[in-house]
Design a binder for this molecule. Structure first.
Ligand SMILES: Nc1ncnc2c1ncn2[C@@H]1O[C@H](COP(=O)(O)O)[C@@H](O)[C@H]1OP(=O)(O)O
Ligand SMILES: [Mg+2]
Ligand SMILES: [Mg+2]
Ligand SMILES: [Mg+2]
Length: 352
């Protein structure tokens, strides 16, 4: 029956795989003038725009009626000053779109040799991500490069896609080109795709969509348990995490990593809990930054809530609403992390 989301999963894995090839190859060629600073001061590169164009084009061919909440929009590329970047983005996107069909690909998704798109089609594909979100119906979220700062440093980043139906994430895919396939054996190389479908479990695949390996968060031990946190101090409070760490007597230092690669690591037992508390007021977490991670951790047997223990609400629009932080952990660890977070919040409140 349709709730299996089999086609959605296949299309999502293929789209993320193609976008990951694009972002890894563009990193080596990235030159000055291929990065812009957005209105909120965050960076965006030709790789972000081109990857969103590729994923959105594939979704449009496969599911033309589905709205998309995508991080990027093409307005800066539609003006004269953006022409050089636009030309490069169209070239990169078309290279990815016309690449040979791979494992699980289907020419009906508008990809493969001979399927190049016009400038207008590429810009329109990017702008198809302008849906405002909401609590009913189907919608996709795209974060074409999550952790752009990590991408620019040559560190971790993720290509993220999710399908949300009536506010509930049903499919999540996180592609991590720079993440070791096996954390215990980094010499085996990098490049993983994490996939989860509601009720069907979580898996890790190769970048080409092969070798599915089921993921379950293992029971943690005091020696292995630690926090996964942002590299960027502005994105989540490192000092708050340090306090929670000491309340829980955690001895292993936190793993700092950009992007939703953190959710992937948690799902495969490489780190004990993802903790993200706001550094100030004003920033609202975006749904594309957490929807794929939430389903991945839940399908690997974990729990994802805000700092009050409430589930994340993906039906409020493009953001998660007021920022109460995020706690993700295995089901045995989540209650004690939540209790320690609440204790640390109480202490912080008592100080003011
Ligand atoms: N002040 C902030 N608080 C929390 N997250 C932020 C903040 N500013 C940007 N972000 C987002 O955090 C995400 C990266 O998270 P992490 O630090 O865990 O890698 C990015 O999507 C980034 O958005 P943007 O893409 O607009 O830069
Ligand atoms: Mg992001
Ligand atoms: Mg992004
Ligand atoms: Mg960004």
């Amino acid at each position: 029956m349709s709730l299996a989301f089999t086609t959605e999963e296949q299309v999502a894995v293929a789209a993320v795989g193609r976008a990951c090839q694009l972002t890894s190859s563009v990193f080596n060629k990235l030159v000055k003038n291929e990065t812009l600073v957005k209105g909120d001061k965050s960076p965006v590169t030709v790789g972000d725009f081109a990857a969103q164009a590729v994923i959105s084009s594939i979704l449009y061919h496969a599911f033309p009626a589905d709205p998309i909440v995508g991080e990027e929009d093409a307005s800066d590329l539609r003006v004269e000053s953006g022409k050089e970047m636009k030309d490069r983005i169209v070239e990169l996107a078309n290279e990815a779109i016309t690449a040979d069909l791979g494992l699980g690909d289907n020419a009906n998704w508008g990809i493969g040799p001979g399927q190049a798109k016009s400038d207008t089609e590429i810009l329109d594909a990017i702008d198809r991500g302008n849906y405002e979100g909401g609590s009913t119906g189907r919608m996709w979220t795209i974060d074409p490069i999550d952790g752009t700062k990590g991408f620019l440093r040559g560190e971790q980043y993720a290509v993220c896609l999710s399908l949300i139906v009536d506010s509930k994430v049903q499919v999540g895919v996180i592609g991590c080109p720079n993440l070791p396939v096996d954390p215990a054996h980094p010499e085996k190389g990098t490049g993983c795709i994490f996939v989860a479908v509601r009720g069907q479990g979580a898996q890790q695949l190769t970048l080409s969509g092969a070798n599915p390996t089921p993921l379950t968060i293992p029971t943690s031990t005091p020696e292995t348990f630690n926090f996964l946190e942002s590299v960027e101090a502005a994105h989540s409070s490192h000092s708050f995490n340090d306090r929670v760490s000491s309340l829980l007597n955690i001895t292993r230092p936190a793993t700092r990593m950009d992007s939703q690669a953190k959710y992937g690591c948690l799902a495969r037992g490489d780190g004990g809990a993802y903790l993200r508390m706001p550094t100030g007021v004003g920033y609202r977490e975006k749904i594309w930054d957490h929807a794929p991670g939430q389903i991945l951790v839940e399908e690997a047997g974990g729990i994802v809530t805000d700092s009050r223990g409430e589930p994340l609400d993906f039906g409020l629009g493009r953001t998660l609403g007021e920022n109460f932080g995020i706690i993700a952990a295995g089901k045995d660890d989540h209650p004690r992390v939540l209790a320690a977070v609440q204790k640390a919040l109480g202490e912080a409140k008592a100080k003011v």
